[in-house]
Design a protein around this ligand. Structure first.
Ligand code: 13P
Length: 252
C-alpha cells in the first residue's frame, strides 16, 4: 500500500509540562526503531514547545489540538498556524467532536481553519464522525458527507495532499465501544469514495483516513488490517507509553 500508516496520539487536556516531557522521553526510547510508520503526538498548547525539544531529530512529529484562522490580531486566547509552526508543529487537529460539542466548532470554522493552516504550511487532521442518535437514525453517511463537503470546501488538489481525515464516531470516543473493524472499514470506504467524487480517484487513493474511538492494543491489529484504515487517532491509550508504543508497533 502506498499510504504510510499514521499513528497519532491526542492527549486532550491531560498532562502538565513535566508529565508530558517525561512521557515523550520514554516514548521516544520505546519506539526508536520504528521507521515504516509516521507517529504524531498532540499535547496541549503549553506542552508543545517543551515536547518539541525532546523529539527533535526523532521519529515523532508534533501536532496541535486546535488552531485559529487568522494570522495575528486581537483574538485573545487564540493561536495562529505560524505560532504553531514556530513551536515545532507540523500538524494540527481540526474539528474534533469535543470541540464541535463544547466549543461551537462548525463545518464552516473547520473549513476556515483548514484553509489557513494549509496556507501556513501546517498539515491538518480533520475530524468527522456521527453521534449514536445519528447512527441509529441511519444518518451516518449524510452527516459525514456534509462534514466532508463543508469542512474541505474549496481546498485545492495540492492542499488536499496535506489533509488527513480522522473518522471518529462520537459513540466510540472514550466509551470503550470501538466500532468493529468492519463497521469502520465500511465508513472509510465511503469517505474515500466521497473524496474521489470531489477530487478524483488518484487523490482519494493517496488520502490517509484514520480511525479514532477506543483504539487499544487489543484492537489495533484488526483495525490496521483493513484496506481503507490508514492509521488511528488515539485518545486514552496514547497517555501511557506502554499502550501507545504497542499501538505504534501494530502487526501487519
Ligand atoms: P479515545 O481513544 O479515548 O476513545 O479517544 C478518541 C479520540 O477522541 C481521539 O481524538
Amino acid at each position: 500500500m502506498s499510504r504510510t500508516p499514521l499513528i497519532a496520539g491526542n492527549w486532550k487536556m491531560y498532562k502538565t509540562i513535566p508529565e508530558a516531557v517525561e512521557t515523550v522521553e520514554q516514548l521516544k526510547e520505546a519506539i526508536k526503531d520504528v521507521s515504516s510508520r509516521e507517529v504524531v503526538i498532540a499535547p496541549s498548547f503549553v506542552c508543545l514547545f517543551p515536547v518539541a525539544e525532546v523529539i527533535r531529530r526523532s521519529n515523532i512529529a508534533l501536532a496541535a489540538q486546535n488552531v485559529f484562522w487568522e494570522d495575528e490580531g486581537a483574538y485573545t486566547g487564540e493561536i495562529s498556524p505560524a505560532m504553531l509552526r514556530s513551536g515545532g508543529c507540523t500538524y494540527t487537529i481540526i474539528g474534533h467532536s469535543e470541540r464541535r460539542q463544547y466549543f461551537g466548532e462548525t463545518n464552516e470554522s473547520v473549513n476556515k481553519k483548514s484553509k489557513k493552516s494549509l496556507e501556513g504550511g501546517l498539515k491538518v487532521i480533520v475530524c468527522i464522525g456521527e453521534s449514536l442518535e445519528e447512527r441509529e437514525k441511519k444518518n451516518t453517511f449524510s452527516i459525514l458527507r456534509t462534514q466532508i463537503e463543508g469542512g474541505l470546501r474549496g481546498l485545492t488538489a495540492d492542499q488536499m495532499r496535506e489533509v488527513v481525515i480522522a473518522y471518529e464516531p462520537i459513540w466510540a470516543i472514550g466509551t470503550g465501544k470501538t466500532a468493529t473493524a468492519d463497521q469502520a472499514e465500511e465508513v472509510h470506504q465511503f469517505i474515500r469514495n466521497q473524496i474521489g467524487e470531489k477530487q478524483g480517484k488518484e487523490l482519494s487513493e493517496k488520502t490517509r483516513i484514520l480511525y479514532g474511538g477506543s483504539v487499544k492494543p487489543d484492537n489495533i491489529d484488526e483495525l490496521m488490517a483493513k484496506k481503507n484504515i490508514d492509521g488511528v487517532l488515539v485518545g486514552g491509550a496514547s497517555l501511557k507509553v506502554e499502550s501507545f508504543a504497542r499501538i505504534v508497533k501494530f502487526l501487519f
